[in-house]
Write a protein that binds this ligand. Structure first.
Ligand SMILES: Nc1ncnc2c1ncn2[C@@H]1O[C@H](COP(=O)(O)OP(=O)(O)OP(=O)(O)O)[C@@H](O)[C@H]1O
Length: 258
């Protein structure tokens, strides 16, 4: 496997205690400024290991979506700042990258046609036709029963559309899934089913999740580690259990108001 880390980064990685695998994602000194000069992301560095769930929380405008969008190059990051399996993402084919690093947005955007057309879309682009059983399994992972397969998407509710978008993303067998407020349009039962389904994929298939959520409870249910992002900086990295003890004043202000 090729690794594009600098010598300094290698030293850093080797110093991570008791890790048996290389990170799936590594971010190194990632910064971004707006055209106005305002800081959006400031010198972010972190690793995410295969099968892990990272929760990102923070106030509105703190840079959470910008960070997610950098990870699959919806916003083009500077070279040598984001690595997937040790490879600089800016050197990867962008379509292949987005298949490996899928993203689910807060507001689903589906193609015309049926639910099953949407789920089959990604594999079809690569010349693979999904069997009916594979489509149904993907729908099930997204908490949709088989009756949805032949439904046109234009009649679906927002919550149903969001679940179709999840099935469509999972059809690409992503290695990393970026989730931007993924369940904000879902009812509590569906939210719970989708959380369970995603956590099963993490356990069984080493799917790696980066979850942005305004729901502290959701982050506590799902994440292995939580980043508190404030003004474009990761001000604290804690386990979900330690969240209530977060001490950074801006993190505290956010948590107390949540
Ligand atoms: N393309 C852009 N050009 C200029 N400023 C931008 C751009 N994209 C984002 N910003 C600014 O960067 C900051 C972070 O935005 P971002 O959407 O990443 O925050 P967020 O934490 O996801 O917020 P929310 O929780 O409200 O979704 C905001 O001040 C936003 O106005």
């Amino acid at each position: 496997m090729a690794h594009d880390y600098t010598e300094q980064d290698k030293d850093h990685l080797l110093n991570i205690p008791s890790t048996k695998s290389y990170p799936k994602l590594s971010v190194r000194r990632l910064s971004r400024r707006a055209d106005t000069g305002d800081t959006i992301l400031s010198n972010l560095s972190f690793d995410v290991f295969p099968g892990a769930v990272v929760g990102i929380i923070g106030p509105s405008g703190s840079g959470k979506s910008t960070l997610l969008r950098a990870l699959n190059r919806l916003w083009e990051p500077p070279a040598q700042t984001i690595f997937l399996d040790g490879q600089d993402v800016t050197k990867l084919d962008v379509i292949a990258l987005r298949r490996r690093v899928g993203m689910l947005f807060q507001t689903p955007c589906l193609f015309e046609g049926t639910v099953s057309d949407n789920v089959r879309y990604g594999p079809k682009l690569r010349g693979k036709t999904l069997e009916d059983g594979e489509v149904l399994a993907l729908l099930q992972q997204a908490d949709l029963d088989s009756s949805f397969a032949d439904k046109p998407v234009h009649g679906l509710s927002v919550g149903q559309s969001q679940r179709v978008a999840l099935a469509r993303t999972l059809a690409n067998r992503p290695e990393v899934l970026l989730l931007d407020e993924p369940t904000s349009s879902l009812d509590p039962v569906s939210t719970q089913n989708i959380e369970a389904s995603l956590l099963k994929l993490c356990k069984d298939k080493s799917l790696t999740l980066v979850l942005v959520s305004h729901s502290i409870n959701q982050v506590q249910r799902m994440a292995d580690v939580v980043f508190l992002l404030v003004n474009g900086q990761i001000v604290e990295i804690v386990t979900p259990g330690e969240l209530e003890n977060a001490s950074h004043p801006l993190a505290r202000q956010f948590l107390d108001a949540s």
